[in-house]
Design a protein around this ligand. Structure first.
Ligand code: SAM
Length: 330
């Protein structure tokens, strides 16, 4: 079976936020003081797995666990282990994570053992002082040790870096050189106007086309014709052998090939990261509804999946999004 949305896009990729909690507070992601949800509002691992089973039976092939920080969720390895077993007799062929890397040193071996072969690590700077500043209290050394542990365990890493005005704009070349040295691909991402943080979005946002033009003078980028199924456009460059990706949700909409939907840690299915309409599965899961009913709601989601996001960042416009990124994850 294949899930197809109202614009004939095949949907085979599910992202699930397993917790709204994070051990960092990146300034563009969350406010300094956040209220996290009580445990009973968050889906249990069994509820997450049941949702996954239904999506897999309907054609989902790839699942990404995110958050908050997925590795702070208690028993996360148990969930990954159970999902990994499903690869044997279903169409599921990949389980991956987006993580800040702080707990990777602890978990890398177990992740690999349970079928996680690739992960995205979020890293906006390789300057320890700046890292501490952007994450509000993070320790870069822990992340570097985590990345090394993942590489040692044969987990392929991609770094995701959010380009932030007056913060890392001038460090992106160094990040390319550092990732190239470590044989890691890197993707730059524009800040998105998710719910408000302590600084106005227009003071964080820097358009990636501006950055591309600047750093292209150094690397003489060549566009790669590979289709990764994701929104990034990848380039190779002179004197580097890693791939450099650009994700431009603000300056260049890429939704025509969208292949994904997202579930929050509370069980809300968002058909688009940049829209507010959703279907709430938590009460369905907790009130004895059948799997047939869950599938019916998933099919309905396909009929209402929006064509595209409408992100706008300017001085006057308050973010239209009602949630921070830790709710739906990245
Ligand atoms: N804790 C994990 C991590 O750091 O990767 C997973 C969750 S985090 C919300 C996922 C990604 O979203 C990170 O790469 C983070 O930098 C990014 N992110 C958070 N807020 C964002 C925003 N407003 N615009 C663009 N990316 C954002």
């Amino acid at each position: 079976m294949e899930l197809i949305d109202q614009f004939s896009r095949p949907i085979n990729y599910l992202r699930i936020s397993v917790t709204d909690r994070c051990d960092l507070r990146c300034v563009y992601c969350m406010k300094e003081k956040m209220n996290f949800l009580p445990k009973n509002k968050i889906l249990t691992l069994e509820e997450i797995e049941r949702l996954c089973d239904n999506f897999i039976e309907m054609g989902v092939k790839k699942i990404r666990l995110t958050g908050g920080e997925p590795l702070v969720r208690k028993d996360i390895i148990k969930l990954i282990k159970n999902l990994n077993l499903k690869k044997k007799n279903t169409n599921l062929n990949e389980i991956t994570l987006t993580t800040n890397g702080t707990l990777l040193e602890k978990y890398a071996k177990n992740l690999k053992k349970n079928g996680v072969d690739r992960i995205n690590v979020s890293l906006d700077t390789i300057n320890p002082k700046k890292y501490n500043e952007i994450t509000r209290f993070g320790n870069l050394e822990k992340v570097i040790l985590g990345i090394k542990a993942a590489i040692k365990n044969n987990i392929k890493i991609k770094i995701n870096t959010v380009a932030i005005k007056n913060f890392n704009e001038d460090e992106l070349v160094d990040l390319i050189i550092w990732t190239n040295k470590n044989k890691i691909d890197i993707t730059f991402i524009e800040v998105m106007p998710m719910d408000e943080t302590d600084t106005s979005r227009h003071l964080q946002f820097v358009p990636l086309d501006k950055i591309y033009q600047k750093i292209n003078k150094i690397f003489n980028f060549q566009k790669l014709n590979q289709n990764t199924g994701g929104p990034a456009v990848y380039y190779s460059g002179t004197n580097i052998s890693n791939k450099i990706g650009f994700i431009t949700p603000i300056t260049n909409n890429f939704c025509a090939n969208c292949n994904r939907v997202r579930i929050t840690s509370t069980g809300k299915l968002y058909m688009c990261l940049g829209q507010n309409d959703h279907i709430d599965f938590r009460e369905i899961l907790r009130n004895d509804y059948s799997n047939d009913y869950i599938k019916e709601r998933i099919l309905h989601a396909m009929k209402i999946k929006p064509k595209k996001h409408d992100f706008l960042i300017d001085e006057k416009t308050k973010p239209y999004m009602e949630r921070h990124m830790n709710v739906t994850g990245g």
